[in-house]
Design a protein around this ligand. Structure first.
Ligand code: ZN
Length: 92
């Protein structure tokens, strides 16, 4: 993972109850972008509710997961685009 990658935070186990974590209390989308690195291979992540530290343990327990990077999405969209265009007549 690197800065600019997107990660998502799982729903809280106490969903349905009054969870007081920052994601629930602010109705966050729970999707954030890695902005930098923290101690012990953790990541600083910008969420819509602010910046938070996401640790390796969050990934190990499944609380946090990596989403497809923005760049890889763009590349796959681009290859679909070029494949579609290559089937067009080349113009004589
Ligand atoms: Zn919560």
């Amino acid at each position: 993972m690197k800065a600019g990658d997107f990660i998502a935070i799982s729903k809280c186990p106490s969903q349905g109850e009054d969870c007081e974590c920052v994601f629930c209390s602010s109705c966050s989308s729970r999707v954030g972008m890695i902005s930098g690195y923290g101690p012990d291979n953790s990541y600083m992540v910008y969420f819509d509710c602010g910046e938070a530290l996401v640790t390796q343990q969050d990934f190990a327990t499944g609380r946090a997961r990596l989403l497809a990077g923005h760049h890889s999405l763009v590349e796959s969209d681009y290859s679909v685009f070029t494949e579609a265009n290559s089937s067009l007549p080349a113009g004589s």
